[in-house]
Design a protein around this ligand. Structure first.
Ligand SMILES: Nc1ncnc2c1ncn2[C@@H]1O[C@H](COP(=O)(O)OP(=O)(O)OP(=O)(O)O)[C@@H](O)[C@H]1O
Length: 815
């Protein structure tokens, strides 16, 4: 019936005459006969109404006939799903030619001594226009092109039968041509269409190829196209399956006519994984693939930086083969093996650089900090001042730090733990240990707000222990600053807290023994190193409240040892987290009232300071006015943001810490370190604008005391992905889990600020998803450096490190 309907529409709905009868009589009868197939009643009723339509076909206008034919085709198509459930007949085998063995291929060069660093103009067959376009992508040499990896692949390797094709998938089929047809669009004379109806033993499908442009619309050209696809011949087809009005179809697929089903495919695209490259305007996918055909033979010149024994040990693919397979994979398996090899090499360089840096750092002699007074040490006096005892985890971690400090090798240790797990008190205990041994300590924080907080915290306890502490930031007045600098250089100050101001040249210490860097990822490696150069070789403790899985931490911060606090102080209740829409804001105001009535305090966080013309967001200043002038006149509302002067910032924070301010409207300046245990409600407006780890940090500003605390996330409701993110936060309070998800969603660059801390961008590797290769590469780097610390037998690796990793290593450490 579908065939008759197709013919009728191709003949202009003239009610064509078949061998025995007219089209309408045939269809009207056939439609009713479907009645015997036990269809649901509504379907039979619909078929009967169509059949009646065909009885009146002759007397109907053309538009009604056309409509009737279209409706019938659609109805039949939907019935075909009921009658012909997908079959699972195995497709024939597609014979793909083996990948070229490039080692024997003649190389197309214009000069006689090609190398990976030759420019692309030395390769025969690449035109000057293409060279120019590639240059705009930063690709000049053969090596540049080889490491211009595909950003994705289209998978045509799935050989399927027609009945099992699914709309939206890319697939390859082998079938025979039933009919070929062409026409020029009645509406656009420059658009011509070639249609092939192809069939295998499970069904039929239509392929459509479009030809845009006047020269393709002449009859001769189209006839030639048709003649390329003779009826009855076998074709292999690769493309995206789409759902058309009359069922599934391929639009503009790649087609190759085969002599018979066993013939090898010549096309480089059919049945394969096709690479998709980051492109630039004018550089088409086809053109760049052609350039790779010419350049891939040069991969044979790529010298493997690893000896064969290590390659076999880790079952790695050779680098030459990996270069070929990453650009022209034979199959998914070889693509994965190629990717694994290239990622391994990228990580190996990272790990070698980190471990070499660590070894160099450790070679320098460090002060051996020995506790002077074991019984009445400053640390034990500090314990007795605290209103709580250290948790077992805090004790364990402090012990790890103390054993490092006793050694003559400088400590380089990362202390990680969830928000509020008590890292800061551990760091204070370590600083006191340094003072007890006769050395000075420095605590560097990324923001002035945080430096102030730490300073205040220390001032709670240290004066009672007769330990002198001072603060130096960008806003310290000159006269005061001079005094502090004098005290530091003469040893009059035991512990100094500060921001970047600490690393200025004018700052010098008398005996700097321990440097603590808080939120270390917010500082560049270089800044951290500058502070370390201010002592003999002080010990280094860095802290982060964005904890990441231990193995990943070891690899990302491979130059550091990792200590991890794995438990929260006792008595902490889980922070109840809820998500609300802007329309439910009144509920938020009721909650604010309820918390303040219980004599607790509230944070109200927003992403922007002031209204912006570019993005429509409520700003901190707006909300501050709304809350203070309108909604909560009876309470004290404070405003805190980064554009305020240090003096104003301090006075607001002090009022919040002392409990004078009930509601603190703030931007994310409070994100890290602010510690007000009486604050029990955190409201985050436009919560969808923040990253997961950042939201967790913000939430961590409450729940720091024993009282019940909660966090309200107000969703702007713009996008379902960000809603999912917020839902995730509602369901979990585990910082390790949350940062891992955030790492997967946004990558380490965003979450850990790795770009600032010097971690390079990898061409292919992904620190989170490729963590198993990362671990393997770390083991290999350890193996290599143990057996050959100077990399004398690994010249290529050494050159690579010198060339690309010097900045990362930090010149200060290498010299
Ligand atoms: N063992 C403990 N028992 C009870 N309370 C503790 C304990 N250790 C720390 N605290 C308190 O818990 C709060 C959080 O501690 P601290 O500021 O040291 O955590 P943190 O991990 O540095 O937090 P953040 O990640 O927010 O910087 C502080 O008020 C601190 O006094």
């Amino acid at each position: 019936m579908q065939q008759a309907l197709t013919l009728e529409s191709e003949n202009g709905f003239r009610n064509i005459h078949g061998r025995k009868e007219r089209f309408n009589t045939f269809v009207a009868r056939e439609l009713i006969s479907l009645d015997s197939k036990h269809l649901p009643k509504e379907k039979i009723d619909f078929l009967i109404s169509l059949s009646e339509g065909f009885e009146a076909y002759d007397s109907s206008p053309e538009s009604a006939r056309r409509r009737l034919v279209i409706d019938t085709r659609k109805a039949l198509y939907s019935l075909s799903k009921v009658f012909d459930p997908p079959t699972t007949i195995k497709p024939p085998k597609l014979r793909l030619p083996n990948q070229k063995d490039y080692s024997n291929v003649e190389i197309n060069v214009k000069d006689s001594t090609p190398s990976l660093d030759s420019t692309l103009s030395t390769v025969k067959g690449i035109g000057s226009k293409t060279i120019e376009l590639l240059a705009s992508l930063g690709i000049f040499t053969i090596r540049d092109l080889l490491v211009h990896y595909p950003r994705d692949y289209v998978d045509y390797s799935q050989l399927k039968r027609i009945s099992s094709l699914e709309a939206g998938e890319t697939a390859t089929i082998v079938a025979s041509i039933r009919r070929t047809n062409y026409f020029t669009s009645p509406r656009n004379p420059n658009l011509s269409v070639l249609e092939l109806l192809i069939q295998d033993s499970t069904g039929r499908i239509k392929l459509t190829k479009f030809f845009a442009g006047r020269r393709f619309s002449n009859r001769g050209y189209l006839m030639k196209q048709v003649s390329q696809y003779p009826t009855g011949s076998t074709v292999a087809v690769s493309g995206l399956v789409k759902e058309g009005s009359y069922g599934k179809c391929f639009i503009d697929p790649i087609i190759e006519v085969l002599e018979n089903q066993g013939t090898s495919i010549k096309s480089k695209s059919i049945g394969r994984l096709i690479p998709i490259y980051p492109l630039t305007e004018g550089l088409t996918a086809v053109r760049i693939r052609r350039v790779f055909d010419l350049v891939l033979p040069f991969a044979a010149f790529w010298k493997d930086p690893l000896p064969q024994e290590r390659i076999s040990h880790h079952s790695l693919m050779s680098i030459q083969n990996a270069m070929n397979q990453i650009h022209q994979p034979n199959n998914l398996e070889s693509l994965n093996a190629a990717r694994r090899r290239i990622v391994f090499d990228e990580f190996l360089c990272l790990q070698l650089a980190l471990l070499r840096k660590r070894n160099l750092f450790r070679k320098k002699p460090a002060p051996q900090l020995k506790k002077v007074n074991q019984i009445n040490s400053l640390t034990s006096q500090f314990y007795s001042l605290l209103p709580f005892s250290f948790t077992n985890e805090q004790k364990r971690v402090l012990h790890e730090i103390e054993s490092d400090l006793e050694s003559s090798e400088p400590m380089a240790r990362l202390l990680q733990g969830d928000v509020g797990s008590g890292k800061t008190v551990v760091a204070i205990a370590a600083l006191l240990y340094a003072v007890d041994s006769g050395w000075q300590g420095a605590l560097m924080a990324p923001t002035e707000v945080l430096a102030q907080q730490h300073y205040k915290n220390l001032c709670k306890w240290l004066p009672q222990l007769h330990v002198t502490v001072d603060l130096i930031t960008g806003s310290t007045p000159n006269s005061r600053r001079k005094q502090i600098l004098d005290d530091l250089s003469t040893g009059g100050v035991n512990i100094i807290v500060g921001t970047h101001a600490l690393i200025e040249d004018s700052v010098s210490f008398s005996r700097l023994g321990l440097v603590v860097v808080d939120e270390q990822h917010r500082f560049g490696v270089y800044q951290r190193d500058l502070l370390l150069r201010k002592g003999l070789q002080p010990h280094l403790l860095t802290m982060t409240a964005t904890p990441i899985p231990r193995t990943l931490a070891l690899s990302i911060h491979g130059d550091l040892d990792v200590s991890q606090i794995n438990e929260m102080p006792p008595g902490r209740e889980k922070i109840k987290t809820s998500m609300l829409q802007f329309s439910q804001r009144n509920k938020v105001f009721d909650l604010i009232r309820a918390h303040i009535k219980k004599r607790h305090q509230v944070y109200f966080v927003l992403p922007l300071v002031e209204e912006s013309e570019k993005i429509e967001l409520r700003s901190a200043v707006d909300v501050y006015h709304e809350l203070s002038n309108d909604l909560f006149q009876e309470f004290n509302v404070g405003l805190l943001h980064g554009r305020m002067s240090s003096l104003d910032k301090n006075s607001t924070i002090n009022s919040f810490v002392s409990g004078e301010v009930d509601i603190l409207v703030s931007t994310t300046v409070i994100e890290v370190g602010v510690d007000v245990p009486n604050a029990t409600l955190m409201v985050i407006d436009h919560a969808d604008r923040f990253g997961l780890a950042q939201l967790h940090q913000l939430r961590g500003r409450v729940g720091r005391g024993a009282s019940f605390s909660e966090c309200i996330l107000i969703d702007s409701g713009k996008n379902s992905d960000s809603r999912k993110k917020l839902e995730y936060l509602v369901g979990s309070t585990d910082g390790f889990e949350i940062s891992e998800i955030d790492l997967r969603m946004r990558g380490p660059g965003q979450v850990l600020g790795t770009r600032q801390s010097g971690l390079p961008d990898f061409a292919l590797a992904n620190l989170v998803n490729d963590s198993h290769v990362l671990e393997l590469a770390r083991k290999e780097a350890l193996y290599i450096l143990n057996s050959d610390p100077e990399l004398n037998s690994y010249k290529l690796l050494k050159d690579n490190l010198d060339l690309h990793w010097k900045r990362f290593l930090g010149n200060s450490q290498l010299n």
